[in-house]
Every structure is written in structure tokens, then in C-alpha cells.
Design a protein around this ligand. Structure first.
Ligand SMILES: Cc1ncc(COP(=O)(O)O)c(C=O)c1O
Length: 439
């Protein structure tokens, strides 16, 4: 089982060997994958988690670990792409979910849980006067952009290169695509350079009267864990006010950086904030909320109010699990500790990479990070270097996203982080050794 490579270097040969070893060790996953290809295109239904040459099939999770069909155990540093912040089976959440189940899986009516959850979120985010729930971050962003355009009665949406706001709202450059591209919702996008206010201003100068929305992640998440520079984000706040556009902060990932998300740390109040992932306490979740004058457009008591349905918007399980999580687990203390662990991990590893001249770099904020391979020679394939590192790390029993995402969760101890650190350094050294044969 091999993948096509651009150059016949020792890097690609090492990767071929790693693939062979991986295939040999995972016959049951391979078999399950081939079975899956009979009913799912390419054998999968979530592009972001696909692994080349074929994915591992995970049977169960326990503590910090996941166990695959072939019986291998890995320490899980993917944490479901940041949404798995609670680990595999948090006892507080489990108890709340079982109680919620006892009261009825679906009620199809208003419950107190939804107003309790909304009020908790509003009190954490001063920029959110009113909020509505959806079923995913993608949906929250679509709703936020749509209401922003309706409110301003304009058509254009400013987004940033490398930005990811959901499966039909991604703005990766060609180099970030693994395949032929993405489907996009048909908004009139203007794609601007991230962390570049001069470039952004010049790109929009002829359109400022038509721009209804500027949507930005305070840190590019799927786009490589590139933190937004505070000055850039502050300038965007000013720019949006100047041109009369609604500023949306997509905090689907970054909300975990403090109890009030990134905006609390930056002291910036966007007009609308979108949330998702872990705020649903482990269930499918999204939310968008912000200024009263915008969000009140949904107020059904008003004439000409905007309708926003959604069968599972207030699913009792999600509302109760989310409420339990926010009140009992996502405390300031817990979030600070987790983010400190991530900051320390990033700083220590970057220090070692520099000292030992290892061709890697970690970027990110707090508990959300990404490892990047930095090619030493132009003939190296950037993707192959990271892939090789991924397979070496897997051999050592650590699971990160193949694209390099490293996300921490509350089950992890300091000791887990130290073990991970060692495994990363050893794997990075092994990749360097392979490259040295090229030089
Ligand atoms: C910043 C950001 N916005 C939006 C989304 C989309 O959320 P969902 O996958 O729940 O649709 C994601 C998902 O990774 C994200 O990282």
C-alpha cells in the first residue's frame, strides 16, 4: 500500500516503508476500510479525519487512549479536532446525559435547559446579548453570515486566506488542498490576506459599500494554527465599524482559550460570535449570538421576524450536556491549566527543534497546536516530511492528526504530556536522519 510521491528521494522511500509497516500492522482496519468503500465515497464521511493510505478504525476510547480494531492502543492527542476536550467518558457529563435520557430523548418543545445554557453563554461573552443554537459550527457560521447580510442589506463577505468556517466555508490556498478543492456556499466572497491589514484594506477598497460581513477566526485553526496578531484583529474591528459591516468572530475553536474565548483575552467585542465543538458537551452543536439589534431580528413576537428552524437546535441531550459542561467543567481554573499545559508543550518543543536543528515547528495558542514540517531542501516534499513524522509517532503509540493538529483534553496529565514530548522529539530526530541521507 503506497501513495504516489513526487520525487524518488530517501524521504519518499522511508515513507513507502512506513506505509508498508502500517499496512502490515493493521489488517482489520484495512478490511473494515475496504468494506466501508462499498457504501461511502472513498470509505469515509468526514474528509478532515481521513488518513492516507487508509484510516485506522477505532473500536473504543478509554481515559486518554483510543484502541483500534487490531488491538493497538494510542494516546489520543487529536481529541476529536478540539471538540473532545472532555476526554472519552467524563463522569460528570455521563451522569447528566443518563439523567437527561431518563426524561426523554427528544421532546420537540421548549425546555428550561436551552434558556439556562444560553444565559450561561451570554454571561461569559459580553459581546453576546442574545444567542441561538444550531447543529454544527458550519451551520452557525452560515446563519451568522446570512443574518449579517440581511441586517446590512449588502451582498459581499470578507473572509481570509487559510480561514475555515465549515465544510462549505473554507478558504484554503491551493497549497493547503489535498484534492481538487471544496464546495462553497454561493456568497460573494472577497478573500483577503490574514494578519495583513494593509493588504485587506487595499483588497476591499472598491467594495466597501457592498461589504455586509467580515468573518474571521482569531486564530486560523484548520488553516494551520496561525494566531491572529492582536493589532490585526483590533484593526479589523475598526475597519468593520468604518465601512458599516458586521464583524463575526468565529470562535468555534478558540472559545476554549478562556471562559470568554479569544475575544476576552484580546478585549475586542465583535458584533456576532460563533461557537461549536465542545460547547455542546460532546454532542453535535453550534451557536451564533451577538448584538441585540441584530439577533432580535429572529424574535418571533415581532412583525416580519426572521425564521430559523432546526429539528435538533434545542436537543435536550445537547442542552443538558452543554449546560453541565459549562457550569461544572469549563471553569476558569480548568481552562487555564489546560492552556498552560499546551503553551508549555509548544515552547519546550520549539526550543528543542531550534537547538537540535530539527526541521519542525509548532504553532498555536494554549491547548490547540499544530506541528509543521519545514523542508531543508527544495526537492523535499513538505507533505511527505510531516507524513513520515506522523507514522513514526504512531509507532510510538501517539495519535495526532495526519495534518499535524495536536489538541489537548482534560484527561491528560503532566506525565502524558512529557511522554508525548519525548516521542515527538524522537520522531523528529528520526525524520531528520532520513533527510540527512539526502544531503
Ligand atoms: C474555526 C471553525 N469554524 C467552524 C467549524 C465548523 O464546525 P463543524 O465541523 O461543527 O461544522 C470548524 C470545524 O473544525 C472550525 O474549526
Amino acid at each position: 500500500m503506497t501513495i504516489a510521491t513526487n520525487t524518488d528521494t530517501s524521504l519518499s522511500q522511508a515513507l513507502t516503508k512506513a506505509h508498508e509497516k502500517y499496512s502490515g500492522k493493521n489488517p482489520k482496519s484495512y478490511e473494515a476500510y475496504i468494506e466501508a468503500t462499498k457504501s461511502l465515497p472513498g470509505g469515509e464521511t468526514r474528509s478532515s479525519i481521513f488518513i492516507h493510505p487508509f484510516p485506522l478504525f477505532i473500536e473504543r476510547g478509554q481515559g486518554t487512549d483510543i484502541i483500534d480494531l487490531d488491538g493497538h492502543t494510542y494516546k489520543d492527542f487529536v481529541s476529536d479536532f478540539t471538540s473532545g476536550i472532555y476526554g472519552k467518558s467524563n463522569p460528570v457529563l455521563k451522569k447528566a446525559i443518563i439523567e437527561a435520557l431518563d426524561n426523554g430523548l427528544q421532546l420537540g418543545a421548549h425546555t428550561k435547559a436551552e434558556s439556562l445554557l444560553s444565559s450561561e453563554i451570554c454571561s461569559r461573552f459580553p459581546s453576546i446579548d442574545l444567542i441561538r443554537f444550531t447543529n454544527s459550527g458550519t451551520e452557525a457560521n452560515i446563519l451568522a453570515i446570512s443574518i449579517g447580510l440581511h441586517y446590512t442589506q449588502r451582498e459581499k463577505v470578507v473572509v481570509f486566506k487559510g480561514g475555515y468556517h465549515g465544510s462549505v466555508l473554507s478558504h484554503f490556498g491551493e497549497e493547503q488542498h489535498q484534492g481538487g478543492g471544496d464546495l462553497k456556499v454561493p456568497y460573494e466572497f472577497i478573500v483577503c490576506p490574514y494578519n495583513d491589514i494593509a493588504g485587506t484594506s487595499s483588497k476591499i477598497q472598491d467594495h466597501s459599500k457592498d461589504i455586509g460581513v467580515i468573518i474571521v477566526e482569531p486564530m486560523l485553526g484548520a488553516g494551520g494554527c496561525t494566531p491572529g496578531e492582536p493589532e490585526f484583529l483590533k484593526d479589523l474591528r475598526e475597519l468593520s465599524k468604518k465601512i458599516g459591516a458586521v464583524l463575526i468572530f468565529d470562535e468555534v475553536q478558540t472559545a476554549r482559550l478562556s471562559t470568554g474565548g479569544s475575544q476576552k483575552l484580546l478585549n475586542i467585542n465583535p458584533d456576532i460570535t460563533t461557537l461549536g465543538k465542545f460547547y455542546g458537551g460532546g454532542f453535535a452543536f453550534g451557536a451564533f449570538g451577538g448584538k441585540k439589534e441584530i439577533m432580535s431580528l429572529f424574535d418571533a413576537r415581532q412583525p416580519n421576524s426572521i425564521s430559523h428552524g432546526g429539528t435538533f437546535n434545542n436537543s435536550p441531550l445537547t442542552m443538558i450536556s452543554g449546560l453541565t459542561a459549562i457550569t461544572q467543567i469549563l471553569t476558569e481554573d480548568n481552562l487555564n491549566k489546560l492552556n498552560e499545559l499546551g503553551d508549555e508543550l509548544r515552547n519546550i518543543l520549539n526550543g528543542i527543534f531550534v537547538k537540535e536543528e530539527l526541521p519542525f515547528k509548532i504553532t498555536g495558542l494554549g491547548s490547540i497546536n499544530q506541528i509543521h514540517y519545514i523542508p531543508i531542501m527544495s526537492l523535499e516534499n513538505k507533505r511527505e516530511g510531516l507524513d513520515l513524522f506522523f507514522f513514526y509517532l504512531l509507532e510510538k503509540g501517539f495519535w495526532i492528526a495526519q495534518r499535524g493538529l495536536i489538541s489537548l483534553n482534560f484527561e491528560m496529565t503532566k506525565n502524558d504530556i512529557i511522554e508525548f514530548q519525548d516521542a515527538v522529539v524522537h520522531s523528529a530526530r528520526a525524520v531528520k536522519k532520513v533527510i540527512s541521507e539526502l544531503i
